[in-house]
Design a protein around this ligand. Structure first.
Ligand SMILES: CCCCCCCC(=O)SCCNC(=O)CCNC(=O)[C@H](O)C(C)(C)COP(=O)(O)OP(=O)(O)OC[C@H]1O[C@@H](n2cnc3c(N)ncnc32)[C@H](O)[C@@H]1OP(=O)(O)O
Length: 245
């Protein structure tokens, strides 16, 4: 079993034996080369909004390396890459959109900066059978808090979004009711961390989740979190909608 990149929550290896380089040192580029990508492989599909959860020039070796490993696992069918757009409405399936929801000139908070590498560089992968979402996150220089390190609010944001994506998977339209974070070790700007979230239990409209933020080699636990998401009550939403008209 791989000892380097353990899934923090289940303590299983995220490679699950599909990575041919599972025992290679992660930072050893010669032993673990990143295959060249065609320009087509890096682009979103024509006619679709831009998908930001694809490699760009700012992604570090660690980020590309991990991305390739997860992408390899998607071919086994257990994991699925989640696309990421800058408008949140593009994330909602057509069948779940409400009649009054029209696309506006707003941006998903994490995708508010167009320049590559300075804000939130991330890609998420969903494992539906484990009810788990793992986010590969590379914080850029505009997310600085303490000099050289990511701001705690940016860590909270990526946790909320990763955990939120996990909650959306099991309960559809949800909002964060509670998010509790313990920060253990600062995250250096430009480093790569794994934000590993999973659903712990569902009670009616309440979805309880937990999350760990760890370094690529699994040696540093940066943060731990628990969260409660509430599935939105359609009746209440309609009442709120009516009161806004
Ligand atoms: C792709 C991108 C993913 C991004 C994900 C990002 C997610 C976000 O950031 S969302 C923004 C931040 N969150 C918010 O603004 C939410 C503000 N709060 C609200 O709108 C409401 O309080 C909301 C929707 C959470 C719950 O309201 P409502 O539907 O009326 O719930 P309500 O009927 O009162 O309570 C339902 C249950 O949840 C419990 N509950 C509600 N809030 C809480 C809370 N904060 N703590 C503990 N329990 C709670 C209630 O006690 C009740 O439990 P029970 O059924 O056992 O009696």
């Amino acid at each position: 079993m791989c000892t380097r990149l353990r899934a923090p929550i289940t303590n299983t290896c995220v490679h699950t034996c599909v990575c041919p380089h599972a025992n290679a040192p992660l930072r050893d580029a010669a032993a673990h080369p990143v295959p060249p990508r065609s320009p087509q492989a890096l682009c979103s599909q024509p006619g679709r909004p831009k998908d930001y959860a694809l490699p760009n020039a700012s992604w570090s070796r660690d980020m590309l390396d991990l991305y390739d490993r997860f992408l390899a696992m998607t071919k086994e069918g257990l994991w699925k890459r989640i696309p990421s757009y800058n408008n949140v409405l593009d994330h909602i399936p057509e069948s779940m959109k409400l009649a009054h929801e029209k696309k506006k000139d707003t941006r998903l908070f994490l995708r508010s900066i167009e320049a590559e590498g300075v804000g939130f560089e991330y890609v998420m992968f969903l494992n539906s059978s484990e009810k788990r979402v793992v986010c590969l996150f590379q914080p850029g220089s505009y997310l600085e808090g303490h000099p050289g390190f990511a701001h705690g609010g940016s860590i909270a944001t990526i946790i909320d979004s990763t955990i939120g994506s996990c909650a959306i998977f099991v309960a559809g339209r949800v909002m964060t009711a509670n998010l509790s974070i313990n920060y253990m070790s600062p995250v250096p700007l430009g480093s790569v961390v794994l934000v590993d979230s999973k659903v712990d239990k569902v009670e009616g409209r309440k979805v309880f989740l937990s999350c760990k933020v760890q370094s690529v080699d699994g040696g540093t636990l940066h943060a731990e979190a628990t969260a409660l998401f509430i599935q939105l009550d359609a009746t209440k939403s309609q009442k709120q909608q009516a009161s806004c008209q």
